[in-house]
Design a protein around this ligand. Structure first.
Ligand code: GDG
Length: 471
């Protein structure tokens, strides 16, 4: 048995004394530990000079970490440019925000090739490789070009649009062909699987066989790429415990004291245009306009952790949110009631867990989202005796399985206001029954289970066959 090699753009490097934050990092570390594995990727550091491709290695708690730096040109072209300014809006159906630049496309390809060159010497013949997300789509094909024969799987964490959207990308066919280097390509939901299959059919004229795999023959090698949906989960029990403890912590106690008898609506995410934050604020404004019985009775806390400041569309969004929050508070606030508390910084994870538990409503309304872990964390954090209500966008991957949520179309502020009113006034029995059906799903479909299922399916795939070796 070989090792498991996880490759992601950013490596969650261990910091001594600090617990690993985030379900994904926890899940991957667990599977890496049990398989004796290696985690490879960008260190998060940029250098002024061209990079030497030098690998920094570290071993901690049974896991090997290997990272490389990016130079500033590649950081701008590959990461800030092509990955975040072209692929991110494209995969989230936001063609108007896509700013194509051929040099960035070249940087993307070059960095993926550099990753492949740096990774190849670290691989054993029986290792299984699992590559993550849109920054690294061509990495499998680049590894194959260098002769890698190992099983390689790829997981896309963000949505997969249909060809009518995807084809807007110059070179869209090339990126689709890159996916055929993998033995397994996983996406989050059946909707995303439909998008990917549609891209293969309409973009490359390739249809899956009855088991959901695409057969190709490239340079004399017969290959089959299995396509499937694997919904990511969280460390449900771990997060529930964190929330249970945090509710008595100093931050939660202060927060509670500042609220009085008012109800709490909570939202938390990276400050990103896919998360529908302006629409959400308008929905809250509509609640106060259309349901005046909630005036002075409810507070909405929105945490929006700044991210990707180097991309102009993120700076524009920040300005829009600052204005909207100011307007809502100006229009509706009283001298002793601030309807919206807007925090444009990250808060500590356990503090956030305490806020989720305290909140009567979790408001999670992305315009598009691969899965959305906040929706799952909010549910996991609830008090089983007095659970809150999840108001969730039907465009989040999480909506596919979270049947106890109140679903909304985030583009419709009036509808959001109606669902918020329903959530704020929902009787305990209905809250409990909605919550327990979602919690049961979360206990079954954890992050660990997601990783195990994906790897089991990858291991089941037959190795590629060259005609000369075929029986
Ligand atoms: C991508 C896909 C997919 C948020 N604010 C703070 C904070 N957070 C944490 C949340 C959650 C995580 O960040 C965000 O995860 P999401 O899944 O919601 O969103 P993305 O970052 O866009 O992740 C997404 C995911 O990959 C996994 O496949 O679900 O669709 O876009 O854990 O709690 N954490 C702290 N402070 C904050 O202020 N500590």
């Amino acid at each position: 048995m070989g090792r498991l090699i996880v490759v992601s753009n950013r490596v969650a490097l261990p910091r001594r004394g600090e617990p690993t934050a985030g379900g994904l990092a926890v899940a991957l570390k667990d599977v890496l530990k049990s398989n004796g594995g290696l985690w490879f990727g960008w260190s998060g550091e940029t250098t002024k000079t061209p990079t030497s491709g030098e690998i920094k290695a570290l071993r901690y708690q049974g896991i090997d970490y290997a990272t490389i730096d990016l130079n500033e040109t590649d950081y701008k072209g590959f990461y800030a440019g092509y990955s975040n300014n072209i692929l991110w809006p494209l995969f989230h159906f936001r063609l108007g925000l896509l700013e194509y630049d051929r040099r960035q496309s070249e940087a993307y390809r070059r960095v993926n090739r550099d990753f492949a060159k740096a990774l190849l010497p670290l691989l054993g013949p029986d290792d299984v490789i699992w590559i993550h997300d849109y920054q690294l789509i061509p990495l499998g094909a680049e590894l194959r070009a260098l002769g890698a024969r190992q099983k390689i799987g790829f997981f896309l964490h963000i949505p997969f649009p249909p060809w009518a959207v995807f084809s807007a990308l110059p070179g869209a066919e090339v990126l689709m062909r890159d996916l055929l280097a993998y033995d397994l390509v996983g996406v989050q939901t059946h909707r995303d699987l439909g998008g990917m299959v549609n891209c293969f059919q309409d973009g490359l004229g390739l249809s899956p066989d009855e088991d959901g795999g695409i057969r190709t023959s490239i340079a004399g090698t017969e290959r089959r790429t299995q396509l499937s949906a694997h919904a990511i989960g969280i460390d449900t029990r771990g997060f529930a415990n964190t929330a249970r403890k945090a509710i008595n912590g100093p931050d939660a106690v202060r927060m509670k004291a500042s609220m009085g008898e008012r109800k709490l609506i909570v939202g938390a995410e990276r400050l990103d245009y896919t998360k529908g934050l302006p629409h959400r604020m308008r929905g809250f404004g509509a609640l106060l306009d259309n349901f005046p019985q909630h005036l002075n009775q409810v507070t909405y806390l929105q945490v929006a952790a700044r991210s990707r400041n180097e991309v102009a569309s993120y700076r524009d969004l920040r300005r829009e949110l600052d204005q909207l929050a100011g307007r809502i508070n100006g229009d509706h606030g009283l001298f002793d009631w601030t309807p919206m508390r807007y925090v444009a910084r990250a808060v500590a994870r356990d503090t956030l867990a305490g806020f989720y538990r305290m909140a009567d409503v979790g408001l999670v309304t992305p315009l598009r989202d691969g899965m959305n872990l906040v929706a799952k964390e909010y549910v996991a954090a609830q008090d089983p005796e007095n659970p809150g209500v999840l108001v969730l966008s039907s465009f989040a991957g999480a909506a596919e399985a979270m049947d106890g949520a109140l679903l909304v179309n985030p583009l419709d502020p009036e509808a959001m206001a109606e669902q918020l009113d329903r959530a704020l006034t929902m009787p305990l029995a209905e809250r409990k029954s909605r919550w327990s059906s979602m919690m049961q799903g979360l206990e079954e479909q954890t992050a660990e289970r997601w990783a195990e299922d994906f790897l089991a399916e990858l291991n089941e795939q037959a190795a590629a066959r060259e005609p000369s070796l075929a029986a």
